[in-house]
Design a binder for this molecule. Structure first.
Ligand code: SAM
Length: 287
């Protein structure tokens, strides 16, 4: 046996080991598992709360509110979501949007024109879409974390008065699955259509196809009793959307839907499409 293989391998010292003990990370790091648990538990509580409200049980809804607060509320949930966006945990999902839009943004380069983006559920003013020079991003969230993010519920955002209030791109990244009830998700998708426009940025003559970008946990589409890729396709096409891009990772599904068809929404109810004990209950209901 060679001398090298008998000698115990000594791991090279990490640079962090030479840091003085007073230099601490900005946030106490949550493990990926703790982050996931916090996010799941917040979703579970929101769903239970929505059911209690629907059943008219104010006392139970109040108790669940207290539990949500006890877990750190929306603020802790957002912190956990932000950690999920860090590059070591899958990264910023808006990078996919920017990559997909790149060919369409080429004609805007070196012009003063920009496409208007509405980012619903925005956690940062410095993600890839915000940093792109061809995009002008309006960011909203139920709880704003930075001055560049407007605290607003999209479902209560005043409907547009004119083209300037509408958008060329709407981003719903991990937002639809935040909505606690199935009919609320259908309403959110329908509402997006009212905020989209084909009109070119004022002064330009660019032909525009408005798009909806969304990201969902992959299990919402691949392992639900009530939603399949084909049902999602039917719902979206009834609203005038045509699938332009799609990509799946082990955790997430990313899709870009062009609004290029006719808006003829029809009802979709919650029905078992994919039975099985190990499935989840994610659904989109359109009324
Ligand atoms: C999981 S975070 C997603 C953040 C980010 N877009 C991402 O991809 O990581 C979901 C965010 O959506 C926001 N949200 C959910 N429903 C909303 C609504 N109706 N209007 C505005 N923001 C909403 C929540 O407040 C939360 O911050």
């Amino acid at each position: 046996m060679s001398r090298a293989s008998t000698q115990r391998y000594k791991r090279p010292a990490l640079l962090s080991g030479s840091r003085p003990p007073t230099v601490k990370a900005k946030h106490a790091a949550l493990s990926s598992k703790a982050t996931r648990n916090l996010i799941r538990s917040h979703h579970r509580l929101l769903k239970a709360r929505a059911q209690a409200v629907q059943a008219g049980d104010d006392i139970l809804a109040g108790k669940i509110d207290a539990q949500i607060r006890g877990n750190g509320g929306l603020k802790s949930y957002q912190l956990a979501s932000k950690l999920g966006q860090s590059s070591d945990r899958g990264g910023d999902s808006s990078r996919v949007l920017v990559d997909w839009m790149a060919p369409r943004l080429l004609p805007l380069e070196n012009t003063p024109y920009k496409l208007r983006v509405l980012e619903i559920g925005a956690l940062s003013t410095k993600n890839a879409c915000s940093m792109n020079k061809c995009l002008e991003v309006t960011r909203i969230d139920l709880n704003s974390q930075e001055p560049g993010i407007l605290k607003q519920d999209f479902m209560e955002r005043p409907l547009p008065n004119d083209e300037g209030d509408r958008f060329h791109i709407i981003s719903l990244s991990l937002v639809l699955n935040y909505v606690p009830d199935a009919a609320g998700r259908g309403d959110m998708l329908k509402r997006c259509v009212s905020f989209m426009t084909k009109a070119s940025p004022s002064g330009s003559s660019l032909a525009i196809t408005p798009s909806l970008f969304f990201v969902l946990p992959v299990a919402c589409v691949t392992n639900s009793r009530y939603l399949t890729e084909s049902r999602l396709q039917d719902i979206m096409s009834s609203m005038g959307f045509v699938l332009a891009k799609s990509k799946q990772t082990s955790k997430l599904i990313f899709q870009l839907w062009d609004h290029a068809g006719d808006y003829e929404p029809k009802p979709f109810r919650k029905e078992t499409l994919n039975p099985g004990k190990s499935r989840n209950n994610f659904a989109i209901v359109v009324k």
